[in-house]
Design a protein. Structure first.
Length: 327
């Protein structure tokens, strides 16, 4: 499983069409499926841009696809003219589970469940506490097995006087795996230890073991608690990650986002970034930096809406890429 890219688009169309035509034949008439393929079924490229659409590969073929969305549109492809790309508020809105399709040759092997787990985990890491979706009739069985509750069917017009039935479904998210809260100065030794562990990969990447996060002294970090807000993420009491930020001249400067290496990819970084931004509700802009060759960091920040603004040379081996985000 991996995130979908625009290079997948030529393969996604045939996958979706095959899935809809073959796996829906016991629930929908052919004319309903063909009508739905003109707009209700298909790829919403906004999800690819957001990094929230996934594919499962089997060799050199796509076996399945599905995603989640932080946008208001609940279902439908790019062909729908009434899509709403405005952002949801995770505190009050439900994340949208979107566009699940499995190739008939790979049906009933658990791929839908794998995709759904990945999407739910990513949405929870983004701060959402509820999910909602518009299920096809064959899809209802998967979602009911995963705890989703069905509402009354709707009839969605697909042209030429034809309508196709869908089922709105919702589910509350499970309690979050990680807890994010304000760190105290007593947490400084553990945060510094994690910081030095987390930056080992950066030191190897740049062949530079004098990076400031690796050479920072404990007293220096303790002093930051008087000028910065420091958050920590914990799992069952164990430190999982940390981030800090301070406001200067109407800009929130975010720094030292660190995650336990074995927990990378579990949403800790996203959760910490969302929470630190929420602590500064009135600032018009955020700024941070990372190494210009730190591709994983850059992908995370860009998925969260940050754009590159400038570069600075830190040392002969390290160039810093600065990114900013405006409200």
């Amino acid at each position: 499983m991996r995130r979908a890219t625009f290079a997948d688009l030529p393969a996604l169309g045939p996958l979706i069409a095959a899935s809809a035509r073959e796996l829906s034949r016991n629930d929908y008439a052919p004319e309903q499926v063909e009508g739905a393929l003109r707009g209700a079924f298909g790829t919403d490229t906004q999800l690819i841009r957001d990094g929230s659409y996934f594919v499962i590969e089997a060799g050199d073929r796509l076996a399945g696809c599905g995603g989640w969305s932080r946008r208001r549109t609940l279902f439908g492809s790019d062909a729908r003219s009434d899509r709403d790309a405005s952002e949801l508020d995770p505190a009050v809105d439900a994340a949208k589970i979107r566009a699940f399709f499995i190739h008939p040759e790979f049906a009933r092997r658990g791929l839908g469940t794998l995709l759904l787990d990945r999407c739910e985990q990513a949405a929870v890491a983004f701060g959402f506490r509820r999910f909602e979706l518009m299920a096809t009739l064959p899809g209802v069985r998967l979602y009911e097995a995963r705890g989703y509750q069905a509402a009354a069917r709707i009839e969605w017009p697909v042209g030429d006087g034809i309508a196709i039935p869908f089922v709105p479904m919702t589910k509350d998210a499970p309690p979050p795996r990680f807890r994010v809260e304000r760190a105290s100065i007593e947490d400084a030794p553990a945060i510094l230890e994690l910081q030095k562990v987390a930056y080992q990969s950066e030191a190897r990447l740049y062949d530079d073991w004098t990076l400031p996060p690796l050479t920072q002294a404990l007293e220096s970090l303790r002093e930051e608690f008087s000028t910065s807000l420091v958050l920590k993420a914990t799992e069952s009491g164990r430190l999982a990650g940390s981030v800090r930020a301070r406001e200067m001249n109407d800009v929130c400067h975010i720094g030292r986002l660190v995650v336990q290496p074995e927990l990378q990819g579990c949403g800790v970084g996203t959760m910490l970034m969302r929470q630190i931004e929420a602590q500064f509700p009135r600032v018009p802009a955020f700024e941070l930096f990372t190494g210009s060759r730190s591709e994983g960091n850059l992908r995370l920040y860009e998925r969260l809406g940050y754009v590159r603004s400038r570069e600075e040379t830190l040392s002969p081996s390290v160039t810093l890429a600065f990114l900013e985000k405006r409200r």
